[in-house]
Design a protein around this ligand. Structure first.
Ligand code: CAA
Length: 390
């Protein structure tokens, strides 16, 4: 029985900063961002967006299409959680009016937790083949103003439905994974911005990739040349390109610039415009590949590398299913990305410095442009959400 991705829907905030605006404010050549790290824009969440509204908005099209009726497992992957106790997934479960016969839990391991969720969901469906699991990866990437990581900020969420006989991608059973206790990127509970040892983090990312690949190759017997496309975790698009070059060198596979473009480029298009979405990044890349590839990818094998600082890496793969295009939300994604509003530098800094109140007072937040749900206020230390749809 094949198990894998039955539906995939992506959502990002309505607001963005063009990196030329940031470059000007930081007195940096814009090409350092556009070319050097390969990013054009960073998605900025409005004050009334958080990981719940982002995640709910990503999953909303599935709900509207009646795709959540058989879901009995909801896994919410995030490293920008809103509560130390309650899963953000339960708020989304409520907003989407899902059945109460459902297990719900939040997962954390930096940008890797979405992939942990996918693998757990596959295990669940193997045991309950008539049921489905919903994995929501939702994050806001936030670094200190003026820090090297600032230009890689972003936000977004991906909702992924896992089922038997999937309509979009069957996930292969083989997987290579690697854990090591390192401090390349972390966020203590008392901080709202991540701390990162930037250059070191890029080295650990590559090391975990090579180790994960080695195991995957041993288990599957596949070579690098057996893949038609690759999707990497994308903290910034240049990182994915560098990672693939390193892997090719390790495997002694010659790859021309044209081949690199064919293998990777489609998967990087959305991330260039949204910035890092942490747990969702690789799945934003997969959505981008499926939505924007001119070639019909049916029966093509895609290599997938997920990385979460701290660190865990996993290399796995999937085969795109015939007819997959009929089940994508391509037009919705395109419209969303084309209709965002650009922020000035001052607007960006004002939103950045807007802090969610922590004094236990009563607050109603002003309404910005969001998706179907918004974070409308706080009352008695409880977050309140508003549905903007019937
Ligand atoms: N034109 C073109 N290119 C230029 C340029 C210009 N005018 N100026 C600089 N560049 C190039 C540089 O040569 C460099 O290229 P190479 O990497 O190929 O040498 C590139 O732009 C970046 O320049 P710097 O190395 O000087 O950049 P930096 O040190 O200021 O910041 C970074 C880079 C450390 C990665 C920083 O973006 C950062 O800290 N990011 C956050 C951490 C991160 O994303 N790590 C990735 C691995 S960890 C992970 O994946 C988990 C996660 O999601 C966070």
């Amino acid at each position: 029985m094949n198990i894998g991705i039955d539906k995939i829907s992506f959502y990002t905030s309505h607001y963005y900063v063009d990196l030329k605006t940031l470059a000007e404010a930081r007195s940096v050549d814009a090409d350092k961002y556009y070319v050097g790290i390969g990013q054009e824009k960073m998605g900025i969440p409005a004050p009334d967006e958080d990981v719940v509204t982002l995640g709910g908005s990503a999953a909303y099209p599935l709900m509207k299409d009646g795709e959540l009726d058989d879901v009995e497992l909801l896994l919410f992957a995030t490293e920008s959680g809103i509560d130390q106790s309650k899963s953000a997934g339960i708020y989304v479960h409520g907003l989407l009016e899902m059945s109460s016969r459902c297990r719900s839990v939040e997962l954390k391991q930096a940008c890797y937790s979405g992939t942990a969720g996918i693998q757990m969901a596959i295990g669940f469906v193997a045991r309950n083949p008539t049921k489905k699991a919903l994995v929501i990866c939702s994050d806001i990437a936030r670094y200190e103003l003026g820090s090297p990581g600032e230009a890689t900020q972003g936000c977004g969420s991906v909702a992924i439905l896992i089922s038997a006989n999937p309509r979009i991608m069957a996930i292969d059973p083989e997987s290579g994974y690697y854990t090591e206790d390192v401090m390349d990127f972390w966020r203590p509970n008392y901080r709202s911005e991540a701390l990162v040892d930037g250059k070191y983090s890029t080295m650990v990312y590559i090391h975990a990739l090579l180790e994960s690949w080695k195991q995957y190759a041993e288990l599957s017997g596949r070579a690098l040349t057996d893949f038609d496309r690759f999707c990497y975790h994308i903290p910034f698009t240049k990182m994915a390109e560098k990672a693939h070059k390193k892997l090719c060198r390790k495997c002694k596979v010659e790859t021309s610039a044209e081949q690199m473009q064919l293998l990777l480029d489609e998967s990087l298009r959305y991330s260039r415009k949204t910035g890092n979405c942490y747990s969702g990044s690789m799945y934003v890349g997969l959505t981008s590949l499926l939505d924007t590839a001119d070639e019909d990818l049916a029966n093509k094998r895609v290599g997938l590398y997920s990385y979460g600082s701290g660190c865990v890496g996993e290399f796995f793969s999937g085969v795109v299913q015939p007819g997959y295009r009929e089940h994508l939300y391509t037009d919705q994604h395109r419209n969303m990305l084309e209709n965002r509003s650009e922020l000035t530098y001052q607007q960006y800094e004002d939103i950045y410095n807007y802090g969610v109140p922590t004094d236990g007072g009563e607050y109603v937040f002003p309404q910005y442009k969001t998706g179907p749900f918004r974070f409308s206020g706080i009352s008695q230390h409880k977050r309140e959400y508003e549905s903007l749809v019937d």
